[in-house]
Design a protein around this ligand. Structure first.
Ligand code: CS2
Length: 508
């Protein structure tokens, strides 16, 4: 296994000295926290697929604390499944980067050292398979975003997706997480190496079970033996991850580099809040995460649902209603009294769908969310959250709406979020720039737009395209509710949609 960051070709030693790196790490200002452990003694034990800013603000920070406490067998090999950007930024820095924890009135910096090396899958799939097959790899964590799970509308594997078709035809040269996991589990099995535990850290309901199902379906297309092995012998604990991580800006880069006294090409911005709830099912071992604030549980389901429906659901609401109202960031949109009132109503609807008897404190949770959304230092862009709505809304909004309806209660606030997503998509290329946010269904959504459909036709077409509420008895009613909201958004903007809900305010 590749253990260290390779030197970047063409980087002179003078340049390297001016970058954050192993050699400059010791000489940082005292205000910058550096957990004191010898990185040369750290051995990789985790391969992470999808090394974006979220991973670096969350799992990698927890692992950094484990390493500092002397658990040296849990270094991270980071894998990017698509772009080389993160590797290009971090390789000249020996994998080090700054985590900037920002609240409205303060910022604290910490340099994280848990990522030992980085691989870029399209450049070198062999190296990724080698890292995954290494007997030292006991855990594979993933943050690949919702769309990379390649789910079909009904929730199963989209077996017709070109990348799945490719990976089935070329098992030695995979592109997808499914292809890498299945091939490496097959190789481990053939070599008599215990399977790693697969720990999904994406915002999906029952994320471990969901990935397990998808991977078994994928493996079945390769052969029943492998499918049975993955079904019976590989652990897929679910986990709920939570930390708000806005995209890093150039201003962040130069501010942080100025404070460090050396350049950090890609620091990560985040909030003080951080939560990780993990099902305790790690047959190949795990770090003692519970010593560092991770909650280890038997069933993560209620926590996941609460997070998806209250946090992520309201995030999407703030994103689309905020975009339609001209707000660029979450804190500004949330400071708008009408949007704030809407979010309270949305929470009230979603709370009724959560389990009652498992000790969830939803009042405390939403009060904390209100504080987190008011953090003015984060400047979390509404456009960032708006991406991939077709992949996010099913678990954040539509699931709650269906459950509410089957309990006989109307999901009026919930369905305004779906309508606001459709309206925000329609607004691209007009009030909003064409690519202000993107979605895997953009082509099909744009094709709908050219047909100038009525609100009712547009809502029905979008439900068909996305598979929202597919097969549910509530589907037609949900379409009607979304269509009525969409009509009001088209005619009178957010203010008209709010007025129909009894919310008065100055929102444009
Ligand atoms: C956000 C999430 O971009 C989004 O869709 O809702 O990334 C959110 O910030 C995290 O899940 C918070 O834990």
């Amino acid at each position: 296994m590749l253990r260290r960051m390779p030197a970047t070709p063409g980087t002179s030693s003078t340049m390297t000295d001016r970058r954050l790196s192993n050699s400059t790490r010791q000489a940082l200002p005292a205000s910058v926290a550096v957990l004191g452990y010898d990185r040369n003694r750290v051995v990789p034990g985790i391969v992470h697929l999808g090394v974006g800013a979220f991973h670096r603000a969350h799992q990698a920070a927890y692992v950094d604390e484990c390493l500092a406490a002397g658990e040296m067998a849990w270094g991270i090999v980071g894998v990017s499944l698509r772009s080389a950007d993160t590797r290009d930024a971090l390789a000249p820095q020996d994998g080090l980067y700054t985590l900037a924890v920002r609240s409205s009135d303060s910022e604290s910096l910490r340099v994280v050292g848990s990522i030992l090396s980085m691989l870029v899958a399209p450049e070198n799939p062999d190296a990724v398979l080698a890292a995954l097959t290494d007997p030292g790899t006991a855990i594979v964590t993933l943050t690949i975003t919702e769309k990379a799970y390649l789910r079909a509308a009904g929730g199963g594997l989209d077996a017709a997706h070109p990348d799945i078709v490719h990976d089935l035809a070329n098992p030695q040269m995979p592109r997808t997480a499914h292809g890498f996991l299945a091939e490496s589990l097959a190789r481990r099995r053939a070599a008599g190496i215990q399977p790693f535990t697969v720990l999904c850290c994406d915002n999906l309901p029952a994320n471990g079970a969901t990935l397990h199902r998808l991977l078994v379906e994928f493996a079945a297309l390769r052969g029943t033996d492998l499918a049975r092995h993955i079904a019976d012998e590989v652990a897929f604990p679910s986990s709920m991850v939570d930390r708000i991580v806005p995209a890093t800006t150039d201003a962040d880069r130069s501010r942080i580099s100025g404070q460090l006294g050396v350049e950090d090409a890609w620091p990560v911005m985040t909030e003080p809040f951080c939560q990780w709830v993990v099902e305790d099912d790690f047959p190949a071992g795990r770090p003692a995460w519970e010593r560092f604030g991770v909650t280890m549980v038997g069933d993560v389901g209620p926590f996941e649902d609460m997070k998806l429906r209250l946090l992520n659901g309201s995030h999407s609401a703030i994103a689309y209603l905020g975009l339609l109202s001209g707000f660029e960031t979450v804190d500004r949109a949330f400071a708008d009294p009408a949007i704030r009132q809407f979010v309270d109503g949305l929470w009230a609807e979603a709370v009724t769908t959560l389990p009652k008897d498992v000790g969830l404190d939803t009042a405390d949770y939403t009060a904390q969310l209100a504080k987190r959304y008011s953090n003015t230092a984060l400047a979390h862009r509404t456009a960032q959250i708006a991406n991939d709505g077709s992949q996010k809304l099913p678990q954040r909004i539509v699931a709650s709406a269906m459950e509410r309806m089957s309990g006989g209660a109307p999901p009026a606030y919930l369905m305004l979020v779906v309508a606001a997503w459709i309206a925000a998509c329609e607004t691209r290329g007009e009030a909003l720039p064409e690519n202000h946010f993107t979605d895997p269904l953009d082509q099909a959504l744009a094709a709908l737009d050219t047909r100038h459909l009525s609100a009712g036709e547009a809502a029905a077409a979008v439900f068909d395209l996305t598979g929202f509420a597919k097969g549910g008895a509530e589907r037609l009613t949900l379409i009607d509710l979304a269509a009525a909201h969409l009509e009001r958004l088209r005619q009178g903007g957010v203010a008209a949609a709010f007025t129909a809900l009894g919310i008065e305010g100055d929102t444009p």
